[in-house]
Ligand binder design. Structure first.
Ligand SMILES: *[C@@H]1O[C@H](CO)[C@@H](O)[C@H](O)[C@H]1NC(C)=O
Ligand SMILES: *[C@@H]1O[C@H](CO)[C@@H](O)[C@H](O)[C@H]1NC(C)=O
Ligand SMILES: *[C@@H]1O[C@H](CO)[C@@H](O)[C@H](O)[C@H]1NC(C)=O
Ligand SMILES: *[C@@H]1O[C@H](CO)[C@@H](O)[C@H](O)[C@H]1NC(C)=O
Ligand SMILES: *[C@@H]1O[C@H](CO)[C@@H](O)[C@H](O)[C@H]1NC(C)=O
Ligand SMILES: *[C@@H]1O[C@H](CO)[C@@H](O)[C@H](O)[C@H]1NC(C)=O
Ligand SMILES: *[C@@H]1O[C@H](CO)[C@@H](O)[C@H](O)[C@H]1NC(C)=O
Ligand SMILES: *[C@@H]1O[C@H](CO)[C@@H](O)[C@H](O)[C@H]1NC(C)=O
Ligand SMILES: *[C@@H]1O[C@H](CO)[C@@H](O)[C@H](O)[C@H]1NC(C)=O
Ligand SMILES: *[C@@H]1O[C@H](CO)[C@@H](O)[C@H](O)[C@H]1NC(C)=O
Ligand SMILES: *[C@@H]1O[C@H](CO)[C@@H](O)[C@H](O)[C@H]1NC(C)=O
Ligand SMILES: *[C@@H]1O[C@H](CO)[C@@H](O)[C@H](O)[C@H]1NC(C)=O
Length: 795
């Protein structure tokens, strides 16, 4: 290889010397040098996929003039009319190795693109000699070390993209000399403060991306001098203090993203001067004070997200002037007062998220009538009044999330005809009337949560025809008449909770097909009759709660074979007979409550029954034996002989079976290669926190929809080394799933437990998208899996 290269160089030197000394020949000599430069560059690259196989001299090459520009049609090489290399596009080739110092001899190089490769070395200092450079793109690699200084010498430099790498240190000051620059992208590395003051010379700069680095301190006010700036992205850093009022001088600014950081203070009213702004993302900081009414004069504003701050005061009426507004997110703040009625007149509003504030009064009566509303989440406020009737007027509504408020009146008649609906979550309100017919026909509806309202009547039979519902919760209402048992056969149904109603009637006597059902809660529903043996055909059942009914008959023996059943509560019924012999060794059983029935006979001394809490057997005067109850008379023979110690094993098996595993995360699905090139958090806080949480708390995993991997596979990835980000609600981990198809999943472990799954879900979606945009390629789609804690940490 080496010898070959030397020979080639020698050959070309000879050619170089043998030509006549004209201008043309000079150019040709330069061109020849460039060929050898390229070959030298190739030799320092690792080209595992052999993309550069044509970078070689054909064996039949002649000494004709043509041969000296042979390299001009090599892959990725572009020459100018004089045969000099002016462009090198080696992007997307999985190259690694080094960019050779020799690159500086490509003196006409003006376009250099090696983005989307696997370089993990540092860039050569000699880049500073490439003074013809105009476009420089080394993004999406793993380049380390400092970003070389000197590129600022290239007077015509228009664009630098170094995003998504592992660069560290300071940004080079001399870049401020390249006054033609229009785009500077340094997102997603480890650069530290300060941002060079020399950047203020860049009066043509339109794009500045600095997000996802280690910048600290105050945001320099001199950035307000970048008068041409159209896009400024600086979030995911540790800037503190206020947004400089000088940003109000950035009159061409269209996109301002300072999301996720530690900024504080008031949002400067000066932003209202920026008449070209379309997007303002300030979410997840520590901003306080009121929303400046001046924002209402930015007529171009389409996306306004101030969520996850400490913003107080009312929603300014002025915001209803923003006719182009598509997204208004103010959730997780301290906003009070009414939702301005005129928000319902906005023609473009698609997303309105106001959850977790202290808003009161009704929603705008015309909400959804005038705009293609897609996503409405106003949960966890003190809102009241009727649900606006026209939310789905345009047929775009996918998510209707109103839980934890005081909405009253009936479910609007339009909703069950809203074909776009995916989630309806209106639990914990004062909604009355009956459940209208039609939800069963909505082709996309996955979650129907009507719990804790004042609903009467019956569950409409059409719901049993659904082919999409995976989660139904109608508990804590005043529903009556019998339960349509076919409901459990909805092919997609995973969770059915109907407790605390007055169904009366018999327990469904035939379970045929409940292919996905994992949680069935019919407690406190006045059901009677027997539990059929066929219940065991629900092979995926994890949690079965039938407490507080009038069930009679025996415990079906088949239950002991249910492979994933982990929580079983049959307490407060009138069950008779003995506890089936093998009960304790049911493969996944972890929690069992049989108290207050009419069971009798010996408690089998095996598995979980050996260590069961006496309270879970109490109230069955006929039971005897085991270590905790009176000994049995001769009449009963003790039948099983399991050794103690097995139980631990069963718990572990139960743990491994997956669904009973206890967790608090949300997952989002990323396909393709997952580039993971920085974390915020190899720090001790996370380490310690994670360690303690991992040991102290049980975790529970619940999937909304079928997934092709198990929680075990996810669990093994919930470790510090897989951390890819941290947000206000939890930590995001990377998880590789190795069964087919191989995929990478982002998993979020929530810090808080509780009811606001939806909120966390949208967080995750957003976070993963953001992290993804910054640091990862090929984000394909999110998967509807959600894993939440039972009694985790509340913060
Ligand atoms: C060199 O050989 C290749 C095939 O081996 C042929 O396609 C090409 O035309 C040849 N070039 C010259 C200059 O003879
Ligand atoms: C390079 O150009 C020559 C003629 O200029 C042509 O014969 C040859 O096929 C080209 N090679 C490639 C890889 O395009
Ligand atoms: C560099 O190449 C990548 C991948 O082919 C492309 O997406 C990107 O636009 C290129 N960069 C420039 C500045 O042309
Ligand atoms: C990319 O390059 C690395 C290092 O050279 C190699 O290990 C890997 O297999 C390559 N991947 C593909 C898909 O070619
Ligand atoms: C740039 O080129 C000059 C002249 O050829 C050379 O002396 C210098 O070392 C080069 N700079 C770098 C950083 O390689
Ligand atoms: C380039 O920038 C450096 C550092 O900012 C400065 O010292 C130098 O004078 C500048 N050179 C030119 C040619 O402007
Ligand atoms: C920039 O903004 C600040 C504060 O808003 C102001 O005092 C200053 O005069 C402005 N500078 C220019 C050049 O407009
Ligand atoms: C900014 O808005 C003004 C009008 O308010 C318009 O003339 C100008 O073209 C806009 N600039 C950009 C970059 O959109
Ligand atoms: C956020 O602001 C509040 C009150 O201004 C302060 O108590 C808190 O420490 C701040 N939090 C952070 C993370 O800066
Ligand atoms: C709203 O729904 C209609 C009909 O389905 C569709 O044509 C339109 O693109 C949707 N609008 C938005 C903003 O999604
Ligand atoms: C529930 O509805 C009944 C009648 O349907 C009504 O009498 C009662 O006041 C309602 N309760 C609440 C809390 O709204
Ligand atoms: C044994 O069972 C019989 C009938 O089931 C009952 O009459 C008798 O009292 C029981 N004996 C003891 C010792 O409990």
């Amino acid at each position: 290889m080496h010898t070959h290269l030397i020979l080639v160089l020698f050959l070309y030197c000879c050619i170089g010397f043998s030509v006549t000394f004209s201008e043309r020949a000079q150019a040709q000599a330069a061109s020849d040098d460039e060929l050898s430069t390229l070959l030298a560059m190739k030799s320092s690259l690792v080209d595992s996929r052999n993309h550069l196989k044509d970078w070689q001299i054909p064996s039949n090459a002649t000494q004709s003039a043509a041969s000296s520009i042979i390299h001009c049609n090599w892959t990725g090489v572009f020459c100018n009319s004089r045969g000099l290399v002016e462009g090198l596009d080696l992007s997307n080739m999985n190259l690694s190795g080094r960019v050779s110092d020799g690159i500086q001899f490509l003196s006409s190089l003006s376009y250099f693109n090696i983005s989307c490769n696997s370089f993990a070395t540092s860039l050569p200092k000699s880049l500073s000699n490439l003074t013809s450079m105009k476009t420089f793109d080394v993004s999406q690699n793993f380049f380390t070390g400092s970003f070389p200084s000197g590129l600022g010498r290239a007077a015509e430099l228009r664009s630098i993209n170094a995003s998504s790498n592992d660069f560290s240190g300071l940004l080079p000051e001399d870049i401020g000399n390249a006054t033609m620059l229009e785009s500077l992208d340094f997102r997603g590395s480890y650069f530290v403060s300060p941002i060079p003051k020399s950047f203020t010379n860049l009066q043509k700069l339109k794009f500045l991306g600095l997000s996802g680095n280690n910048f600290k301190g105050e945001i320099p006010d001199y950035l307000g001098e970048l008068s041409s700036l159209e896009t400024l992205i600086m979030g995911y850093n540790e800037f503190k203090g206020e947004i400089p009022a000088e940003f109000g001088n950035l009159t061409n600014l269209q996109y301002l993203d300072l999301a996720v950081g530690t900024l504080s203070g008031q949002i400067p009213p000066e932003l209202g001067k920026l008449k070209n702004l379309t997007t303002v993302y300030l979410y997840r900081n520590n901003f306080t004070g009121k929303i400046p009414p001046q924002l209402g004069s930015i007529m171009s504003l389409a996306f306004l997200d101030l969520s996850d701050n400490q913003i107080s005061g009312e929603i300014p009426e002025e915001l209803t002037n923003l006719e182009k507004l598509q997204l208004l997110n103010l959730m997780s703040n301290k906003v009070t007062g009414l939702v301005p009625n005129k928000l319902g007149e906005l023609k473009n509003l698609q997303v309105l998220e106001l959850w977790k504030n202290s808003l009161e009064g009704p929603l705008p009566v015309n909400l959804g009538k005038n705009s293609p509303l897609q996503w409405l989440d106003v949960s966890s406020n003190s809102l009241s009044g009727e649900i606006p009737p026209g939310l789905c007027t345009t047929g775009n509504l996918t998510k209707l999330i109103l839980f934890n408020n005081s909405f009253s009146g009936p479910i609007p008649t339009g909703l069950p005809n809203c074909l776009s609906l995916v989630r309806v979550r209106v639990q914990n309100n004062l909604i009355s009337g009956t459940i209208p017919v039609g939800f069963g026909n909505l082709p996309a509806l996955q979650r129907l949560e009507l719990a804790k309202n004042n609903l009467t009547g019956q569950i409409p039979i059409d719901i049993t025809l659904s082919s999409s519902l995976s989660f139904i919760d109608v508990s804590w209402n005043h529903l009556q008449s019998s339960l349509p048992s076919e409901i459990l056969s909805i092919p997609t149904l995973q969770t059915f909770i109907a407790s605390h109603n007055s169904f009366r009637g018999n327990f469904p006597d035939e379970f045929q097909d409940c292919p996905s059902l994992s949680v069935l809660d019919l407690s406190n529903t006045e059901l009677s009759g027997k539990i059929p043996e066929s219940i065991a055909s629900c092979q995926r059942l994890v949690n079965l709660n039938l407490r507080n009914n009038q069930l009679t008959g025996g415990i079906p023996k088949s239950i002991t074979n249910m492979p994933t059943l982990s929580v079983l509560d049959l307490s407060n019924n009138s069950l008779t007979g003995e506890i089936p012999e093998n009960f304790g060794i049911s493969p996944a059983l972890e929690t069992l409550n049989l108290s207050y029935n009419k069971l009798e006979g010996p408690v089998p001394s095996n598995g979980i029954l050996m260590s069961i809490n006496p309270n879970d057997l109490v109230g069955n005067p006929g039971l005897c034996g085991s270590s905790i109850l009176p000994p049995c008379s001769q009449n009963f023979t003790v039948t099983t002989h399991q050794k103690p110690g097995k139980h631990t094993k069963h718990i572990i098996i139960g743990f491994l079976t997956g669904i009973s595993v206890i967790i608090s995360i949300a997952a989002a699905y990323l396909a393709g290669r997952f580039i993971y090139n920085r974390t915020y958090l190899y720090n001790n806080f996370i380490h310690d926190w994670f360690k303690s949480s991992n040991e102290d708390w049980p975790w529970r995993l619940v999937a909304f929809q079928r997934v092709s991997f198990t929680s075990t596979e996810i669990l093994t990835c919930i470790k510090e080394s897989n951390v890819i980000g941290m947000g206000a609600t939890g930590i995001v981990y990377k998880a590789e799933i190795h069964n087919r198809p191989h995929m990478t999943v982002a998993v979020k472990k929530l810090w808080r437990s509780g009811s606001d799954i939806e909120n966390g879900y949208s967080d995750v979606v957003r976070e993963v998208e953001l992290l993804g945009k910054l640091r990862h390629r090929n984000i394909v789609r999110l998967l509807g899996i959600w894993i939440y804690p039972e009694g985790g940490r509340e913060d």
